[in-house]
Structure formats: structure tokens, C-alpha cells
Design a binder for this molecule. Structure first.
Ligand code: 0A1
Ligand code: ZN
Length: 850
């Protein structure tokens, strides 16, 4: 229910909890609508705290009884928790509450999914399970007894007893409540084992619903690789006798790192070649790694408070990115990450939802699991590593694990280990954590007497709550190329610390071409007005694979902007440069496939807006279509060769090499379909023996406005498989013509399989609608009102997913007044809905700038 006045929580107000917890015992008597949770908690006064108020969080709980040292008490209970008078000495708190997991559609706390009990406690879900100091700096060991007549009963830690209808689990590692988990259901295990480097034999299990056993092998392999990698690269070993992963169909996010019992959205763990695409496999490998790596960065060392969320998330994303680079291709991973950052984090950081990597206030913490905290948080760590060097980074991490194991920490603790290791003062670097907005880096060049001068300027536009910005420390990796493409200066890292700074390169024979921000060394917007010829030169010669790709991307963006603004025709430098790259079969197929990508339509809208133009989504869409058509014609002769290079020998494998070939094949098929009206795509579809091929072929058929027969056949073939059906729903909206997009999405919401209470299915349709730029922004506002109507309907059922999806409107001020008015109307319609959740209220009011 909506609070009368939503309260804002501030970082500066942090105070420790008045009590320490020596142990927690929980007993669950499971029942769909009347689960009893009995807690026994040993408290003692915290000598480091001044405030001894005994307040326990609790929401949607029915308190049955409570006692202190065996004497019944009657605490003051509100909708937020309870307070009680307690002794000024150690005491035992006992309480029993009743909860209703069967009606918990918000998927936070204890809830049910297909008859299975499961939990989600991050960030503040444990308070929906029992009364507790539900904050990450309160840590304790847990013993959990589960009574229930289901075959599989799981919780954190190691099993410590079981019998008919019950099981007990003991977690020896003190943890905050957000890492608590319980699962009970009719599940089957995909078992395996792992021996740690110091000889601990760990039983691994991936628990799934009967019928999903065939989709476990890949996830399990990814887990074992992650365990080994964390030992090899970070020296971190696993610390329990069992590691359980459970797949659940109803889940708000990707997955959750609960100690010893990770819970995964089934879309983030279940995979088979027939049902999953290469991209699904890659994502699963990364998420398994991410959750596993949290065991050290998040669980053994956790966050003092939720403002420090980036302490665990930025670092863990950085670690999972390193893992993916090691398992697959480092340049390809870096390019993917840059694409993702620009698509998701830049719009956030340059709009009404902009916030620092470490926010300073919030109303609902669930709204801060953002691209800024996660992805920009990881970029900040990458910059730190680049600035101090690999060796110092490794030493600092060893010190971090040594010094802070078992603690709940802050960003100050994190930076201090780097200061202590390197002697560097990180005061200015710390602005990356407090200052929001994407810095813009402008470059100007000068050449005289064998000296090449680069002048770098930085500026960050004002963001909500931050009018004035100070210069940040920006590591700018630069290399110089000679006229025939040789590297005349290898990559070096320039440290930009001032608003403006010049760097000189002397003793050069001829004027070089500068390759700036190599490897995307900082999460900034680079404004370097290179000519088309210079970009084409870098596209042909840059020795840094990231910047070579970037040169092509910039050429593409330049030509698209000219096509949109000046009705120019596609640029020959771009088309010829691309052709040369495609022809170069020494280049990794995955890399060549990336070269064929274009900036997203939303990115183009942002670029137009930044240049003072009002983006017209339909004009952007047609420019992209025209450029695609021109590209297809221009590289037509090369397509047969690309198709044959993309052929894969032997059985399907989702590894980097094969999936790179398929990515190139798919990019070539996209172009071919523009020339043959989908004939080849129809053949590929008919012969496809894996989901990657099946889905790409189907998508190009749909784009060619063919494929109705295949779409129906696909439904018949996969109707039984919920994850594949999510693809079926999403693809139709993604591939619809702009004018038909809202209607297509609307029709799908009437489909009997549109189970809108399932977050994956809801996102399949509504997420695809929001992502179809020209379709969502149809001038009649049909996309806006459709999405808003569904968000209003979902809010009382699942506030978290509703609030996250409001971000579809975050760019509303970029567009023309007609569209702005329509979006404002829809946002106000949401805002004015009676009893709107705290989550959605906060999001909508931030987006409106209220
Ligand atoms: N910590 C998890 C993500 C996660 C966050 C919040 C959730 O519910 C509000 C669920 C999962 C991770 O980083 O993987
Ligand atoms: Zn995480």
C-alpha cells in the first residue's frame, strides 16, 4: 500500500544497529496459505552503537506470539515492523508469524511458483518472512528447519539433518538476511562434484522441475569453470560442502546469490541447443559466474548499507566480464559491453533517472538495481585497474579479502586497500562514485615540428540534484598510427585530471592518426571530429580491435545522421570500409559480425538530441532501413562467401568459435533477406537443427513480412516450452513494422498463453514493445498508452517489475512536443492511479522530474 508520504533514506544518516546477533534459528511449517515461521534469535547489545531502540522490520506478517527470555511480550506493531522493550543484556527473542506465500505475487519474501516454495530476500524481502533487523550490516549464522511434505527441502549452508517431511540446514558463515534462501518442491537434481584446490569435495546440484533435466548440462559446466577460474585468477575457494542452484519460472531478476543456494530465473540457467540461442548460452555462462563470484564479493564481504550496492555489484560484474573475456574473446566481450553500456546506462545517466554509482538517497532500494550501479560500477573498477596496473590490482584485492573477510563494508574501505597498496591518493578518483552523468571528452589535435599535441577536455552536463560538476580522473588509452597504418606509438594511458589538459608526442616523422579511448578505457562520450577519411583509415588499420570496430560504428552513425538530417545518400567510405573488413578472413567471424551492427535507433535519437535536433523516430527507422538495403547491395557479391565461412562442422556447440560463425552467418542472412525476399531464410528455417538458426531465420522472414506459416509452425512445435514461447511472443513485437507494433503487442496480450503475472512473459511482450523504437513511439501514442495500461494493471500484483519497466519513458524529453505531451499524459495516468506502489511512485515521479 502507498505510504501517506514516502520516506527518503539518506546515506549520511547511517547508524549501526543497537544489537548484535549471536545466532538465528528458524523453523518453517510450510503451508500454501498459512506458513508458520518461528524464529529464535540470540541478541546482545552492540557496544559500538549509541541508539538502543529495538526495532525489527516486518511487513505483511501476522504476529502470533513473541517472547523475550521465555516471557511473552506484546510489542508495538505497525505496517513496517515492531518495537519492544528489551533487557540491557544478552537475551533470547522468540516469535512466531504466519504468512501467505500462495498469494504472494510480488515475488519478494516467501512465494510460490508452480507449486514450489521459494524466496527472494534482496534487498528487503526478509522482513516479509519474519520480524528481523533486515539490513545488510546485521550478520549472523543461521540454522533452518523446514517442515513440509515435499520431496526436496533446501536452505543455505550445509545439510545438518533430515527425515520424513523435514530437513535442517546449518550455515556456518555469518550472513545478512538478504542472503537467506529456502526452496521446497518437487524437483529433480542434475548432480556433479567439484574438488577445491585445497581438497574440499563439494557436492553440486542444479535443481529443476521434472521435464527440465535435459537443460542442465551447460549451466553445470559453467559453474565448474567459474569455481576453477576464481581459484586461478583471484585465489578464491568455495567454502561449503554443497552448492545448490535452483531454477524458478517466476522471478523478477536474472538470479540471486543466496549463500550456498543460488536461485535463478529459469531463463538464466536452463539451456539446450534446440531451445536456446547462442546469446542465451553466453548470458547463462555469465550469470552463473556472476552469482558464483558473489560468494566472495558480496557474501563473505558484504555491504554496510544499500547505498554501497556497487561495492558488490560493480566488482562482481567486473569479475564476470573478466571471466567471459578469458573463456571467449576479449575484444568481442569489450565491444558487447560498450554496446550494452551505451544502450542502457547512457540513457539512464543522461536523463531524469541519473544517479551516482553510489546513490546518496532513495525511497525504494529496489529501484537502484540499475545499469549505473552494475555496469558503470564495473567500469569504475576497470578504470581503477588500468590506473594502478594489473599487479597492484591483484595485491589490492588480496588485501581486500584479507582485511575485510566477514565484514560489511563501504566504498571507503574498498578504495583504502588501493591507497594502502599503491600509496596513491584516490580522493579525486572517488568522484566516479559520487558524481552522476556521463563525462564528455572532446579532443583537438595540433601538429608542428614533429610534435603531435592532443588537447583533451572534459565536461559533464548537470544531472538531477547536481548542477555543478568537478573534473574526474579519466584514463584515456591512446595509440598513434603512421600513414601506412603502422603503430608509431603503442598504447599508453593518459591520465586526464583537469578540465582541460594537453599531452605531447615528440620526435615523430609525419603527422600521425590518433586512436583515442582504446579498449573503451573510460565510460565517457568521446567527441572527436575525425573526418570520414580518418575514420575509414582507422577502420582499415587500427591495431586496437575495439577502436577499429568503433571507427566503423562512428562512420555508420555519421552517415545515418546525415541521411536523417540532410537526406544524404549512404556514405561510400562506410560501405567500402565495411566491405574490406568483411572480405578480410583473417578477422574473427564474431568480430566481423559486430562490424555489421549499427547504432541502435534509440542511440541515434540521443545523438540527434545532443546535437540540438528533435529526433523523428520514423525518419530514423527509414534511414536505418535505407542504409541496410544499400549495404546489402554493396556487399552482395561477398554474401555467398560469408555464408560458406559461417558453416559449422560437427554437432552444435555454443562455444565462442561456433557461435561467432553463426553470428556472421546470421548477419549475412539478414542482408541476403533484403535481396531475395526471404527465400534463403525460409530454407535455413526449414533445415535448422538449433534454436539460434531457427530464430534468426524466423526473424528475417518476419521482417520481410513473410513467415506467417513458420510462425504458426513454431508455435505448434514449441507450445509446451515456456522459455521458447517467450521468444515467440517477443519476436513478433520486435520484428513488427513500426505502424503495426502497438497493435501486434496488444493482440498478443489477448493470446491465451499471455500469462501476464509471469515476469518473463510480461517482459517478452511489453519489453519488446518498449525496445521497438519506432513502434513504441508511434505518433498516435498507441504504444505509450498500451504500455501504461499494462503497467497500471501489473503494479498491484508486482511492483518491482512494474517500476523497472517505467524506465521505457525515461527519454521522453528528447522527442517532439506532441510525443512529449502523450508520454506525460501516460506518466501522469500511472502516477494518479490509486494505491500505486512505492516502487512505481518513486520511478514515475523521478521520470516526470517532480
Ligand atoms: N543480487 C542479484 C540481483 C538481484 C537483485 C535484486 C533482486 O530482487 C530485488 C533479485 C536479484 C545479482 O546481482 O545477481
Ligand atoms: Zn550481482
Amino acid at each position: 500500500m502507498r505510504d501517506a508520504a514516502p520516506t527518503t533514506i539518506f546515506l549520511k544518516d547511517y547508524t549501526p544497529f543497537g544489537y548484535l546477533l549471536d545466532s538465528v534459528h528458524l523453523t518453517f511449517d510450510l503451508s500454501a496459505h498459512a506458513t508458520r515461521v518461528t524464529s529464535r534469535i540470540a541478541f546482545r547489545p552492540n557496544p559500538d552503537a549509541t541508539d538502543r531502540t529495538f526495532f525489527l522490520h516486518g511487513e505483511d506478517l501476522n504476529l502470533i506470539r513473541a517472547s523475550i527470555n521465555g516471557t511473552e511480550v506484546s510489542p508495538d506493531v505497525t505496517g513496517k515492523g515492531l518495537t519492544a522493550d528489551v533487557p540491557d543484556a544478552p537475551f533470547l527473542w522468540e516469535a512466531q508469524v504466519e504468512i501467505d506465500p500462495g498469494n504472494n505475487t510480488a515475488l519478494e519474501g516467501l512465494y510460490m511458483s508452480n507449486g514450489m516454495y521459494c524466496t527472494q530476500c534482496e534487498a528487503e524481502g526478509f522482513r516479509k518472512i519474519t520480524y528481523y533487523p533486515d539490513r545488510p550490516d546485521v550478520m549472523s549464522t543461521f540454522t533452518v528447519r523446514i517442515n513440509g511434505d515435499l520431496p526436496v527441502l533446501l536452505s543455505n549452508g550445509n545439510p545438518s539433518g533430515k527425515g520424513e517431511g523435514w530437513a535442517e540446514w546449518t550455515d556456518p558463515w555469518p550472513k545478512p538476511a538478504y542472503l537467506f534462501a529456502l526452496v521446497a518442491g518437487d524437483l529433480v537434481a542434475h548432480p556433479d562434484r567439484f574438488t577445491t584446490r585445497s581438497g574440499r569435495d563439494v557436492a553440486l546440484n542444479l535443481w529443476v522441475r521434472p521435464g527440465d533435466e535435459g537443460k542442465c548440462a551447460f549451466g553445470m559446466e559453467a559453474l565448474k569453470k567459474s569455481m576453477k577460474w576464481d581459484e586461478d585468477v583471484y585465489g578464491r575457494e568455495y567454502d561449503l560442502d554443497v552448492f545448490n542452484i535452483v531454477a524458478v519460472d517466476d522471478f523478477n531478476m536474472g538470479a540471486m546469490e543466496n549463500k550456498g543456494l543460488n536461485i535463478f530465473n529459469s531463463s538464466a540457467v536452463l539451456a539446450s541447443p534446440e531451445t536456446s540461442t547462442d546469446a542465451n548460452f553466453e548470458r547463462i555462462e555469465a550469470i552463473i559466474a556472476h552469482e558464483y563470484f558473489h560468494n566472495w564479493t558480496g557474501n563473505r564481504i558484504t555491504c554496510r548499507d544499500w547505498f554501497q550496492l556497487c561495492l558488490k555489484e560493480g566488482l562482481t560484474v567486473f569479475r564476470d566480464a573478466q571471466f567471459t573475456s578469458d573463456m571467449r574473446s576479449a575484444p568481442v566481450k569489450r565491444i558487447h559491453d560498450a554496446i550494452d553500456l551505451r544502450a542502457r546506462q547512457f540513457p539512464e545517466d543522461n536523463g531524469p533517472l541519473s544517479h551516482p554509482v553510489r546513490p546518496e538517497s532513495f525511497q525504494e532500494i529496489n529501484n537502484f538495481y540499475t545499469a549505473t550501479v552494475y555496469e558503470k560500477g564495473a567500469e569504475v573498477i576497470g578504470m581503477l585497474k588500468r590506473l594502478v596496473g594489473d599487479e597492484a590490482y591483484a595485491k589490492a584485492l588480496d588485501l581486500y579479502f584479507d582485511r575485510h573477510d566477514g565484514q560489511a563494508c563501504t566504498i571507503e574501505d574498498w578504495l583504502k586497500v588501493f591507497e594502502d597498496t599503491t600509496g596513491r591518493d584516490l580522493t579525486q578518483f572517488k568522484r566516479w562514485y559520487s558524481q552522476s552523468g556521463t563525462p564528455r571528452l572532446t579532443v583537438s589535435e595540433d601538429w608542428a615540428d614533429g610534435t603531435f599535441t592532443l588537447t583533451l577536455k572534459q565536461r559533464t552536463d548537470p544531472t538531477p540534484g547536481q548542477a555543478e560538476k568537478l573534473p574526474q580522473v579519466i584514463p584515456v588509452a591512446v595509440g598513434l598510427l603512421g600513414p601506412n597504418g603502422d603503430e608509431v606509438r603503442a598504447t599508453e594511458v593518459l591520465e586526464l585530471t583537469e578540465a582541460e589538459q594537453s599531452f605531447q608526442f615528440t620526435a615523430l616523422a609525419t603527422r600521425p592518426t590518433a586512436s583515442i579511448l582504446r579498449e573503451f578505457s573510460a565510460p565517457v562520450i568521446l567527441e572527436h571530429d575525425h573526418s570520414s577519411a580518418e575514420r575509414a583509415f582507422l577502420l582499415a588499420h587500427d591495431t586496437d580491435p575495439f577502436n577499429r570496430w568503433q571507427a566503423g560504428r562512428s562512420l555508420a552513425q555519421d552517415t545515418l545522421l546525415r541521411m536523417i538530417l540532410d537526406e544524404a545518400t549512404p556514405d561510400a567510405d562506410y560501405l567500402n570500409g565495411l566491405q574490406a573488413v568483411l572480405r578480410d578472413d583473417t578477422l574473427d567471424p564474431a568480430y566481423r559480425a559486430l562490424m555489421l551492427g549499427l547504432p541502435t535507433q534509440s542511440e541515434l535519437a540521443a545523438a540527434l538530441h545532443e546535437r540540438g535536433h528533435t529526433p523523428d523516430p520514423m525518419a530514423i527507422w527509414s534511414a536505418v532501413e535505407t542504409l541496410r538495403q544499400a549495404t546489402a547491395q554493396h556487399v552482395q557479391d561477398l554474401l555467398p562467401r560469408l555464408h560458406s565461412e559461417a558453416l559449422v562442422d560437427g554437432p552444435y556447440s555454443p562455444d565462442a568459435q561456433q557461435s561467432g560463425k553463426r553470428a556472421l552467418g546470421s548477419a549475412a542472412l539478414a542482408l541476403t533477406s533484403r535481396l531475395d525476399g526471404g527465400a534463403m531464410a525460409a530454407t535455413v528455417y526449414a533445415n535448422a537443427d538449433n534454436m539460434t538458426l531457427q530464430l534468426t531465420a524466423l526473424s528475417y522472414l518476419l521482417r520481410a513480412r513473410k513467415g506467417e506459416v513458420q510462425l504458426a509452425a513454431f508455435y505448434d512445435q514449441w507450445q509446451h516450452d515456456r522459455l521458447v514461447m517467450d521468444k515467440w511472443f517477443g519476436l513478433q513485437v520486435t520484428m513488427a513494422a513500426p505502424e503495426a507494433t502497438p497493435e501486434t503487442a496488444k493482440a498478443l496480450t489477448g493470446h491465451p498463453d499471455f500469462n501476464w503475472k509471469n515476469p518473463n512473459r510480461f517482459r517478452a511482450v511489453m519489453g519488446a514493445l518498449a525496445m521497438n523504437h519506432a513502434g513504441f513511439h508511434q505518433p498516435d501514442g498507441a504504444g505509450y498508452s498500451l504500455l501504461a495500461g499494462w503497467l497500471i494493471r501489473l503494479d498491484p500484483v508486482n511492483p518491482q517489475t512494474t517500476a523497472r519497466m517505467c524506465s521505457a519513458f525515461q527519454t521522453w524529453k528528447r522527442y517532439d512536443t506532441g510525443r512529449q505531451d502523450q508520454m506525460r499524459t501516460q506518466l501522469s495516468r500511472i502516477a494518479e492511479t490509486p494505491n500505486l506502489s512505492r516502487d512505481t511512485t518513486e520511478m514515475v515521479s523521478r521520470i516526470l522530474g517532480a
